[in-house]
Design a protein around this ligand. Structure first.
Ligand SMILES: [Zn+2]
Length: 236
């Protein structure tokens, strides 16, 4: 508890001391790693690929925030790793009793084909666990959720990801999306117009970012796709 208390204090202090969602404190070592490999996330590099990974950053070991999954598949772009650290750190601050977030596959160190996935080749896709009732996550894997989908905790996690400014889109089962949309509008967290932006009922243009949309087989996790360092979509 003491550690959590200190962490909460640190988060409060860090939030007060920074502008926007910058994560200078925790992210320094990650950015240092990226710099050693030649290209940081702020070098003005244009674009990125969803097929291969040039300067993969390994997911750090932060067990208070998240549980690492497959060691061979925990490499992402700087934007991907920053988003995971930022969102899960925010959850630890916002809901201290919530389980650490279970992280599934991201990409191999240099990206490329990964069995069991159509994407996950460029370090810009990650499978992220979702909370069951009581803000619980299974550290050993993803459990299929239905009415035990914890709408409050999952909205907190999704909005923490969206707040990073790095998210291109999030894939999730439509039944969970309906739960989130109902909750956020009924609770007054989003207007109908805002909910329509984030949870569009119609297919949206490809250039729209920060949206949560349906994909089959996403009732036990969500799939987060991030933007490139220059804010563009990852391309081939
Ligand atoms: Zn995925």
């Amino acid at each position: 508890m003491n550690l959590l208390f200190l962490l909460t204090l640190f988060s409060l202090f860090a939030s007060a001391a920074e502008f926007g969602p910058s994560l200078e404190g925790e992210v320094v070592p990650i950015e240092a790693d990226g710099a050693e490999q030649g290209e940081g996330s702020d070098t003005g590099a244009v674009g990125c690929s969803d097929q291969y990974l040039e300067s993969g950053v390994q997911l750090p070991d932060l067990p208070l925030f998240f549980t690492r999954g497959n060691a061979e598949s925990e490499y992402g772009s700087a934007e991907m790793i920053d988003a995971i650290v930022a969102a899960t750190r925010h959850m630890r601050w916002l809901m201290p009793e919530a389980s650490p977030v279970t992280i599934g596959d991201i990409s191999h160190e240099r990206g490329g084909f990964q069995s069991g996935h159509v994407s996950h080749r460029g370090g810009v896709d990650a499978d992220i666990g979702i909370y069951s009732t009581g803000a619980k996550q299974n550290p050993r894997g993803f459990d299929t959720l239905s009415s035990n989908f914890d709408v409050v905790a999952n909205w907190a996690l999704i909005s923490a990801f969206l707040d990073t400014g790095n998210v291109d889109f999030i894939l999730l089962d439509r039944a969970h999306i309906a739960r989130l949309r109902g909750y956020t509008t009924k609770a007054g967290l989003l207007t109908e117009a805002e909910a329509e932006e984030i949870f569009p009922s119609e297919p949206h243009p490809w250039d729209r970012t920060g949206i949560v949309r349906h994909a089959p087989n996403h009732d036990n996790h969500m799939h987060v796709r991030v933007l490139c360092s220059d804010g563009s979509h990852a391309g081939r």
